[in-house]
Design a binder for this molecule. Structure first.
Ligand code: 4AD
Ligand code: MG
Length: 450
């Protein structure tokens, strides 16, 4: 017996049903008509199909029902499938039966142009528009690519906690919440520290989940809640780490090109640019990057007494921002890894470079086409003395990190990992203008609804 959910057909499988009668269920994306004909463009989540109602073939009542349909009304139609080259999606249904679930009145998002503010306020409905639909499908494909990549390369999935007792990525972006009689808890900024512990049990792990940053930056690249995938590997050094990061990003891009052709076409994405994303990527040390900035007269942007000031030449030791990253990336059409940053601008857990104590074995992968930083990672400090010193220098409560220091007390090994920001990658690959378009319900400083 057919299970109930197989009693209707999905539009993406219509090629199997040419000449047969099928039942489709979905929403009216558009409806036009003239004389004895009504054309319903039906959307069911898997595709769109034109449904033709021809008056002489139906009852008076069915024809009038079809005429009454409005944008986003939900319906079920029955009819025979025809291949029709000119129809969007390539198939048409000759409707013989129609059932209306909900006759929608005054749907707020019409085919005319709406402002960004209006659309984001109606995010729960905006998700139904064709661009948003395509972006969400690409997002799902990228998540699958990431999981396939790690699962297929001997990694074990581990889940880091979201309620945590301490900071991982600096104390300025912590979301705080009361935690019973135990004081404060913080929403996790990164699952890394827990992934490190688990890597000492399972060897190669990855954690993949939402992380939280009370970001005060109102940019096109920052969310306060975003998804990060973080692999962590025992016995990997910084070079192994960079190799893995390149493999992952190449895999994601090539997987998406192969599996999301229609979506990328609808998004009018120039895929020739993505096709170039093949290993090896570019690599550059932070110091070489600074030399390049100096040579090319790219300044450090600073606020002094509330005034924007350009500092030239770019001083060694300062972190890069959007200006420097975009300037460096303009010369490249594939990602570039910048490695060995000054320890002052990076997190406490990064391993000091044995060849240059001013820098740590950090690596950031920057994407082309203004994608910005898509990956941040490092080899981890495995020397308990140096690590304790760093925790101390950052004014972090040593007590909360005793369990983490245990990882260096008991069977400490060289190890490395990184974090890839899912939304940064989806934004880059889809070409979306703003990061809020690539997560179903974006969280930003000025928005928590819907
Ligand atoms: O560079 P980050 O802060 O690195 C970490 O959190 C490490 N603990 C990761 C690790 O080694 N396991 O963040 C990693 C990535 C960034 O490269 C960026 O892609 C993304 O997360 N990211 C953000 N994405 C959206 N909104 C924000 N506010 C983001 N902050 C970081
Ligand atoms: Mg970073």
């Amino acid at each position: 017996m057919m299970s109930p959910y197989k009693s209707f057909q999905y539009i993406e499988n219509l090629s199997e049903a040419v000449g047969k009668e099928v039942t489709l269920r979905g929403w009216v994306q558009n409806k036009t008509g003239k004389g004895k004909l009504q054309f319903i463009v039906l959307r069911d989540g898997t595709g769109i199909c034109q449904c033709v109602v021809f008056k002489p073939n139906t009852s008076e009542e069915l024809f009038n029902d079809a005429k009454s349909l409005t944008q986003e009304s939900s319906i079920e139609v029955k009819g025979v499938v025809r291949a029709e080259e000119r129809a969007p999606g390539g198939f048409e249904i000759d409707v013989t039966d129609l059932k209306i679930y909900c006759l929608t009145k005054d749907y707020p998002i019409t085919p005319k142009e709406h402002g960004d503010a209006f659309l984001i306020e109606h995010r729960h409905l905006w998700l139904r528009s064709s661009r948003q639909h395509a972006i969400m499908r690409v997002r799902a494909a990228i998540v699958k690519a990431i999981r396939d990549f790690f699962d297929g390369n001997g990694f074990k999935l581990m889940d880091s906690p979201i309620l945590t007792p301490s900071a991982c990525e600096g104390t300025s972006t912590l979301f705080e919440t009361k935690y019973f009689d135990l004081g404060n808890a913080y929403l996790s900024q990164s699952g890394q520290l827990y992934a490190e512990a688990t890597a000492m049990s399972l060897g190669k792990v990855y954690t993949f989940g939402p992380v939280f940053r009370a970001e005060h930056s109102k940019t096109r690249k920052h969310l306060t809640e975003f998804w990060m995938v973080e692999p962590e590997m025992a016995f990997f050094d910084i070079n192994d780490d960079m190799d893995l990061a390149e493999d992952l990003v190449e895999y994601i891009v090539q997987y998406t090109l192969k599996n999301c052709q229609q979506e990328l076409k609808l998004l009018e994405r120039d895929t020739t640019k993505l096709e170039k994303v093949r290993r090896p990527f570019h690599r550059m040390s932070y110091s070489d990057a600074v030399d390049w900035l100096v040579e090319n007269k790219i300044p450090l942007k600073k606020k002094i007494d509330g005034k924007d000031v350009d500092v030239l030449p770019f001083p060694w030791g300062e972190d890069f921002g959007t200006v420097q990253e975009e300037a460096i990336m303009e010369q490249f059409d594939k990602p570039c890894i910048i490695h060995r940053y000054p320890s002052e601008v990076k997190a406490f857990y990064m391993k000091r470079d044995p060849n240059d104590s001013r820098v740590v074995l950090a690596m950031d992968m920057l994407g082309p086409e203004k994608a910005g930083e898509i990956i941040g990672g490092s080899q981890r400090e495995d020397d308990i003395e140096l690590l304790t010193q760093r925790i101390h220098n950052e004014n972090l409560p040593l007590e909360d990190f005793q369990w983490y220091l245990d990882l260096r007390r008991f069977g400490s090994v060289p190890h490395s990992g990184f974090g890839l920001g899912l939304e940064r990658v989806v934004k880059w690959i889809t070409g979306a203008a703003h990061i809020r378009e690539v997560i179903p319900f974006p969280r930003m400083i000025y928005r928590i609804v819907p």
